[in-house]
Design a protein around this ligand. Structure first.
Ligand code: NDP
Ligand code: HSE
Length: 437
């Protein structure tokens, strides 16, 4: 029987510091839950002189990541450096050395998860990645264990705190995207280069992981349609409010006739729905299972301690199994590796949705008829229309909400309408989730 579980961290930054803090401060509690102490053996970082606000035995610190991989006292290697190449090498080397691995690296898993899962399964080690989606929210474990008896019908996730913070402030304060982005950067929510957050890429990484776990299928990250929040304006937010809706950046996955829709884009939701009410940097994921119905998970999607909490939960799960001499009790990607099946991901043009379309047009007789005519020719049915104010000869917004329509048809119609001489700006399109009334 094991007398302890040895842990090594590579990457002593924001999350690494949180993990070390939890392992030290909650050591007695963790030991009671695992059955033996979980001991931090080595911590590697490029810079081991910087004050991280945590007193560690200096003998633990090293600048050499390989010292963690080769230490025979370490059972679990925690990769927290981020990025692709070096992180992947560290994880695969750790697996090859027979170590269990825990990571928060959603970008790496979205692109190279299959290779990592295969390597771990072949070697007979576990890989934990609870922190990779939703920070401290236990959504990975919900899909792999708590909801394992369900067919997952749909997933709706606010899985990027930075964009939710920006959209929340735009909604409540009426500021423009650029103004709020600058505030988010000053407040330290957005990265210095916030591209992955605001362009939807971070959400798409996380959605790829959720789809993989929910449906037991490898996901080609490039097949996930991804659109960010940079073109959302205060005007669209004001119209959304008028319709009783809120705009959120959602990761959406649905099982439709045995195929999967997976997409990330700004979405109008009824303001009364649970995830429409998620504000600021918080994350929420709404899962619908065929047996359980709706489940909504809500919490902090980032930060040192919340993300550290998720990482430590993986260490505890692995520690419990190591103590019992068990490996692979829960398959790495939820389904038994040899039971995972390719499922077709629908292309964006195949999906159906309700749409908000904001046309910017010259206010003159006949314009509305031409827009309606083009929509009609493409088989798109109008649910409602708003044109506020009257500015003959000037530019005005005309907003149309559609009944359920095919994306391919809507794109064709918009393309045609944008070519008309009375259109002065490209048409804004936002998909709506809700009842077709
Ligand atoms: P940080 O940049 O704060 O920390 C990473 C640390 O690893 C830095 O100190 C970095 O040093 C060090 N490092 C980089 N390369 C090496 C190397 N080859 N050997 C040793 N040390 C190295 O990142 P975070 O803690 O924020 O993120 C870590 C991971 O967690 C990422 O994958 C991220 O996506 C994920 N994550 C982060 C969340 C958060 O809230 N921050 C939330 C959820 C997931 P240097 O600074 O010199 O580069
Ligand atoms: N940049 C991410 C966010 C961090 O804003 O949610 C957590 O993955």
């Amino acid at each position: 029987m094991r007398s302890r579980i040895g842990v090594g961290i590579v990457g002593f930054g924001t999350v690494g510091t949180g993990v070390a803090t939890i392992l030290l401060h909650n050591a007695a509690l963790i030991s009671r839950r695992v059955g033996v102490p979980v001991e931090l053996i080595r911590v590697a970082d490029r810079d081991i002189t910087r004050d991280r606000g945590l007193r560690l035995n200096p003998g633990l610190l090293t600048t050499d990541a390989s010292a963690v991989l080769t230490d025979p006292n370490i059972d679990v290697v925690i990769e927290l450096i981020g990025g692709y190449d070096t992180a992947k090498r560290i994880i695969l080397d750790a697996i090859a050395a027979g170590k269990h691995v825990v990571t928060a690296n959603k970008a790496l898993l979205a692109l190279h998860g299959e290779e990592i899962f295969d390597a771990a399964t072949r070697k007979g080690v576990d890989v934990g990645f609870e922190a990779s989606v939703g920070g401290g929210i236990p959504v990975v474990r919900a899909l792999t264990e708590g909801l394992a008896g369900n067919t997952i019908e749909s997933i709706y996730g606010i899985i990027n705190g930075t964009s939710n913070y920006i959209l929340s402030r735009m909604t409540h304060e009426g500021h423009s995207f650029q103004e709020v982005l600058q505030d988010a950067q000053h407040a330290g929510y957005a990265e210095a280069d916030p591209t992955f957050d605001i362009a939807g890429i971070d959400s798409a990484h996380k959605l790829a992981i959720l789809v993989n776990l929910a449906y037991g299928t490898p996901v080609n990250f490039k097949d996930i349609y991804t659109e960010g929040i940079t073109s959302i304006t205060p005007t669209d937010i004001a119209y959304a409010k008028q319709f009783g809706c809120t705009i959120k950046l959602l990761g959406i996955a649905k099982l439709v006739d045995g195929e999967i829709e997976a997409r990330v884009h700004p979405t109008m939701l009824p303001s009364t729905s649970p995830i429409a009410q998620v504000e600021g940097v918080y994350n929420a994921i709404q899962l619908v299972g065929d047996a359980v119905g709706d489940v909504v998970l809500y919490g902090r999607g980032a930060g040192s301690m919340p993300t550290g909490s998720a990482v430590v939960s993986d260490v505890i799960a692995i520690g419990r199994d190591v103590r019992k001499g068990i490996v692979g009790r829960v398959p790495v990607a939820s389904f038994q590796q040899d039971q995972r099946r390719p499922i077709r991901l629908r292309s964006m043009e195949e999906i159906s949705s309700l749409y908000y379309l904001r046309f910017t047009v010259v206010d003159r007789p006949g314009v509305l008829a031409q827009i309606a005519g083009e929509l009609g020719r493409c088989g798109i049915s109008i649910a409602s229309m708003v044109q506020q104010g009257r500015c003959e000869g000037q530019t005005v917004p005309v907003v149309i909400k559609t009944h359920s329509a095919k994306e391919r048809d809507v794109q064709t119609a918009i393309c045609e309408i944008n070519r008309k001489p009375f259109v002065s700006e490209p048409t804004m399109l936002i998909r709506i989730e809700g009842k077709d009334e």
